[in-house]
Design a protein around this ligand. Structure first.
Ligand code: PBG
Length: 324
């Protein structure tokens, strides 16, 4: 195909032709909206580093669910900020814990909205690490038991999907085992198979109050320099029974999304994380970029890289654009 017989511009002539040949499409159905749930009543507080995202108390969830469903968004990912934290993260698997209460409320008031829960200890430990801390190190095998307890308590509260984000070795098998023993064999595991020790989580750690008090997460989250290791991590989670694989963060790791897409036949989710969202918002607030257009282009790039599902704080904004 050579010029002048072939002219690529022929198919770019107007919006109708462009949309006819568009290779990648965004839809509200592929989006998961993260929700931060806090204790108390009547709380709806905007997160300063994440404009447009709010921390909500349980009584605000029904209205939020209605808004999301109205926009065509059918999935939320729940994070909880508990009243009290302790070394054992007991608030994470308490029957009346924040996530368990929030899940029940949502499944009660908006049963069509699918609830995915974050399974991790970091929001519930006083030290802020994602596992049981022993002499400054997270003990992997001691953490597995607690993670399984957390996942089970979420399923018992009505969670539709559980999403372990701790990066302990062997947790998918452990969680699958406990769920199956308790007749939750139909609850899928959306595993953070590939989660990097990233500086892009900064705003989230403020929102969820889960920054480690000492040290960092490099002993369990992945080194940003590694890509072959991502395949090994994902292979392990697939073998242990994961149903959906998450790559996190998304934009700085598009190559990883693509290699997982090429290697595995499971659905791939990408987490467009807090820092990636905040950068768009900050530049847009300064008038330096068109925030909506950049959001759309960003989510397109994640889809083009091979993600079927996108977890994003921009879900509502994107859905509004798609619906208009
Ligand atoms: C840990 C968790 C984190 C995020 C999701 N789950 C923080 C971390 O690992 O430090 C980050 C999400 C984001 O930045 O948007 N449970």
């Amino acid at each position: 195909m050579v010029f002048p017989e072939y002219r690529p511009r022929r198919l770019r002539r107007n919006p109708q032709l462009r949309s006819l040949v568009r290779e990648t499409r965004l839809s509200p159905e592929q989006l998961i909206y993260p929700l931060f749930v806090v204790p108390g009543k009547g709380r709806r507080e905007e997160i300063s580093s994440m404009p447009g995202v709010f921390r909500l108390s349980v009584d605000q969830l029904a209205a939020e669910a209605k808004e999301l469903l109205g926009l065509g968004i059918q999935h939320v990912l729940l994070f909880g900020v508990p009243e009290k934290k302790d070394a054992a993260a007991s608030g994470a698997y308490a029957k009346a814990g924040i996530i368990q209460t929030a899940t029940k409320e949502l499944k009660n008031k908006a049963p069509q909205l699918m609830v995915t829960t974050d399974v991790c200890m970091c929001e519930y430990t006083d030290h802020g690490h994602c596992g049981v801390l022993e002499r400054g190190q997270v003990n992997n095998d001691a953490t597995l038991e607690i993670l399984a307890k957390i996942a089970l308590s979420h399923a018992q509260a009505g969670a539709d999907i559980v999403a372990p984000s701790d990066m302990m070795d062997g947790r998918v098998a452990e969680i699958r085992g406990v769920l199956d023993e308790n007749n939750f064999e139909m609850v899928p595991i959306m595993s953070y198979a590939v989660k990097y020790a990233s500086a892009f989580y900064g705003p989230f750690r403020d929102a969820a109050e889960c920054a480690p008090q000492e040290g960092d997460r490099k002993g369990y989250q992945m080194d940003p320099a590694n890509s072959r290791e991502a395949l090994r991590e994902a292979t392990m989670d697939v073998d242990e029974g994961a149903d959906i694989l998450i790559v996190k963060p998304a934009v700085a790791y598009l190559d990883i999304i693509r290699s997982l897409r090429d290697e595995f036949d499971l659905p791939i989710a990408a987490y467009h994380v807090s820092g990636e969202y905040a950068m768009i918002k900050a530049a847009a607030a300064n008038g330096w970029i068109d925030g909506e257009q950049v959001m759309q282009e960003t989510l397109l790039s994640i889809t083009r890289a091979g993600a079927d599902i996108i977890i994003t704080y921009g879900a509502k904004e994107m859905a509004r654009m798609l619906n208009s």
